[in-house]
Design a protein around this ligand. Structure first.
Ligand code: CP
Ligand code: NVA
Length: 307
């Protein structure tokens, strides 16, 4: 059975095939063609955290593929509290064809996949956000034509999104530079995995402490919230440390002249990104948000083997 838990589980060929499928389904949809790949199929969506993009794009993806989606709010299932994760997985598998879950601890999504008898998709955990990563590489391909040898620079917090970008870049042969305050980088085990993947593709992965040096000659500058869901108690401390990593016009001026700026959203304007950059000519923020829909259609079709 195919689950979709982290990009590091994919081979480079599978990652490329998913992107190709996303391009095909997106252009068919834009051309007004029917795309009933998942006629009669039902997706169960389990959320432990809030969401706009993930919730709406998965729901609409299922509708446009001819199926249906069920939204199960954090109060509904109370994963691991009202019922064990294993029993939730066993029960929901008897009703739906595929499960997407947004959880706090990555161990919960791994447990769901272990006990489910249908495919499980990670809709964000504390460790990774692979659906976001797929949408982001689709967006980079659309704007840059190719990713191999191009330079992606991530500024800010070494979080779930930074991890998925590292894995995706390393799979596809894109160069990846991370710049974070001391103590907010990626776990050494994540770098080990990134290095293993990069060794196969030939991409260069690096940490550069000074954000103004990191962004030199960047093709893509990426940032995300300084405080992820579940870390709210640290927000004040983080607001003191992170301002040098804000994506502003000074950083853009040091990148390539055709640099694109990315953010998975929701944005905290004035913190990790300025209004001028988020709304400026280099921003592709809303293309990324749209591509969640198209990338996730490919993921759904792929895990259900309906391509
Ligand atoms: N980028 C993203 O996953 O957004 P939501 O939290 O709104 O789903
Ligand atoms: N890193 C953020 C991403 C939100 C889509 C978080 O986990 O809250």
């Amino acid at each position: 059975m195919r689950h979709f838990l982290t990009l590091a589980d994919l081979t480079p060929e599978q990652m490329q095939a998913l992107l190709d499928l996303a391009v095909r389904i997106k252009s068919a949809w834009k051309a007004g063609e029917e795309t009933p790949y998942l006629k009669g199929k039902v997706l169960g969506m389990i959320f432990q955290k809030p969401s706009l993009r993930t919730r709406v794009s998965f729901d609409v993806a299922m509708l446009q593929l001819g199926g249906n989606a069920l939204y199960l709010s954090p109060d509904e299932i109370q994963l691991g509290k009202r019922e064990s994760v294993a029993d939730v997985a066993r029960v929901i598998s008897r009703y739906v064809n595929v499960v997407m879950a947004r959880v706090f601890g990555h161990a919960d999504i791994v447990a769901l996949a272990r006990y489910a008898t249908v495919p499980v998709i990670n809709g964000l955990s504390d460790y990774s956000h692979p659906c976001q990563g797929m949408a982001d590489f689709l967006t980079i391909l659309e704007h840059k034509g190719s990713v191999r040898g191009k330079k992606l620079v991530y500024l800010g917090d070494g979080n779930n999104v930074a991890t998925s970008l590292l894995y995706g870049a390393a799979l596809l042969g894109m160069d990846y530079t991370l710049s974070t305050p001391k103590g907010y980088g990626l776990h050494p085990a994540i770098w080990d995995m990134g290095r293993r993947l990069a060794a196969q593709s030939g991409s260069t992965i690096a940490v550069v402490d000074d954000p103004l040096v990191a962004v030199e000659d960047a093709d893509v500058i990426y940032t995300d919230t300084w405080t992820s869901m579940g870390q709210e108690a640290e927000a004040e401390q983080r607001r003191k440390l992170f301002p040098p990593y804000r994506v502003d016009e000074q950083k853009l001026a040091r990148a390539k002249s055709d640099v694109i700026v990315m953010h998975c959203l929701p944005a905290h304007r004035g913190e990790e990104i300025t209004d001028a950059v988020a709304d400026g000519p280099h921003s592709v923020l809303f293309d990324q948000a749209e591509n969640r829909l198209h990338a996730q259609k490919a993921i759904l079709v792929w895990v259900l083997d309906k391509a």
